[in-house]
Design a binder for this molecule. Structure first.
Ligand code: LCS
Length: 395
């Protein structure tokens, strides 16, 4: 493959990780749907296990179709390499397992995706890992949570579902000073809009179930560490725990990924129009979208992101009942969890994605009872707005 180093995102996203088929020259990556790979003799097998010879052994350890996808995202994020996993939560649990020991403490964004918090507080705590979930949009809260045993800072920006931002550069400076590993969940932005490793984070990861795949038909995740040391450490844990992606899953995601920039461009243009429309609507209490001047971190979003994204949160006047009525009446906007698909998805976090978070913790994290989250898709924006307007009619 020609050198992609100085190419633009639009070129990289289409070409990175391609050219896998040396035998027939297939332009699309073939699906190597095999669990294992044949050795020419026992010595070759032994050399591969010892890491003395390049080549594949067994699909949980590595596979050419998965490797093509891993290389693509690693190039887009500017990292050492990609580690594809079976889901976004497999990425979270692999990272917790790889980076934290019994007796360690982690600081994280209070309004992270519910289960990212849940498995730390309910499961990893059983192995003696401590955690503090704070509003990381203010670095003072991170400073106040710091302990002698703090080893990692785990942030999600923009956060799910509050759309509150955390300053990645400030966190990276803080992490360096206190010898912490900074991990960024970049799911809401995608590498097209935000590249945390360029802002000195140590590890970035995604639920690729969302915009990276973009077609609402695959669950998956990927981790991209910035250095070889971290890459080897995390990959070893991923392989050992069996969190690997499947070749067919990798092939589908690679296909979706090629249009990432096109889809995100269109979806965020739509999101800007929808957010401005919601802000002017007198049935709406408040709207949070980084592209609105009223977003408290509008300037930060301009500094650390290349666009404002496709995620909006807002509250319908009249509390939970009004919100429920509104959500019962949407038609084109699909009432479903998940996000980043080509179609518009809308949901109610307090009753759905964050229902497992205790109410007082949820409210402290800014996830109010009536908050509605919309992932704006690529449909005709006037038709999205007409659907929202119709659903609000009887509220
Ligand atoms: N990180 C973020 C920011 C997410 O939004 C999700 C899933 C995950 C990690 C976990 O990824 P998964 O295992 O589902 O691939 N978020 C979802 C959501 O907001 N609605 O449904 C899933």
């Amino acid at each position: 493959m020609h050198n992609l180093k100085d190419k633009s995102f639009m070129t990289k996203v289409i070409h990175a990780g391609m050219n896998v088929d040396k035998e027939y020259g297939a332009v699309a990556t073939p699906i190597y749907q095999t669990s294992t790979f044949k050795f020419v003799d026992p010595d070759q097998g032994a050399r591969r296990f010892a890491g003395e010879e390049e080549g594949y052994i067994y699909t949980r350890i590595g596979n050419p179709t998965i490797a093509a996808f891993e290389e693509n995202v690693a190039i887009l994020e500017g990292g050492f390499g990609g580690i594809a996993v079976s889901s976004g939560m497999a990425a979270v649990s692999t990272l917790y397992m790889a980076l934290l020991n019994a007796g360690d403490h982690m600081i994280s964004t209070a309004s992270v995706y519910g289960p990212s918090r849940g498995i730390m507080e309910n499961e990893f705590s059983r192995f003696g890992v401590e955690s503090s979930f704070v509003d990381t949009s203010d670095i003072k809260n991170i400073e106040n949570a710091l302990k002698d045993n703090t080893r990692a800072l785990f942030i999600e920006t923009p956060a799910n579902p509050t759309i509150v931002l955390t300053d990645i550069k400030k966190c990276a400076e803080f992490a360096k000073k206190h010898n912490l590993i900074l991990v960024v969940d970049n799911t809401f932005s995608t590498p097209y809009l935000q590249r945390p490793l360029e802002l000195s984070a140590d590890v970035v990861f995604h639920s690729i179930t969302k915009a990276i795949n973009g077609h609402t038909d695959v669950v998956g995740g990927i981790i991209v560490p910035g250095t070889e040391v971290l890459y080897k450490k995390i990959r070893k844990v991923m392989v050992g725990m069996g969190c690997n992606m499947d070749p067919h899953q990798a092939w589908l995601v690679q296909r979706g990924l090629k249009t990432l920039a096109l889809r995100v461009q269109r979806a965020q243009e739509n999101a800007q129009v929808v957010a401005e429309w919601l802000e002017k609507n007198d049935k709406i209490e408040w709207v949070l979208y980084p592209g609105l001047k009223s977003h408290p971190q509008h300037e930060l979003s301009k500094a650390q992101m290349d666009g404002f994204g496709f995620m909006i949160s807002f509250e319908v006047k009249g509390g939970v009942e009004a919100g429920k009525k509104f959500l019962s009446n949407v038609e084109l906007c699909t009432l479903a969890v998940s996000l980043g698909g080509i179609e518009t998805l809308i949901q109610h976090p307090a009753g759905m994605t964050h229902s497992g978070t205790p109410k007082e913790k949820r409210l402290a994290a800014g996830i109010t009872d009536g908050l509605v989250r919309i992932s704006v898709g690529c449909e005709d924006v006037n038709e999205i707005i007409a659907d929202l307007e119709n659903a609000l009619k009887n509220v």
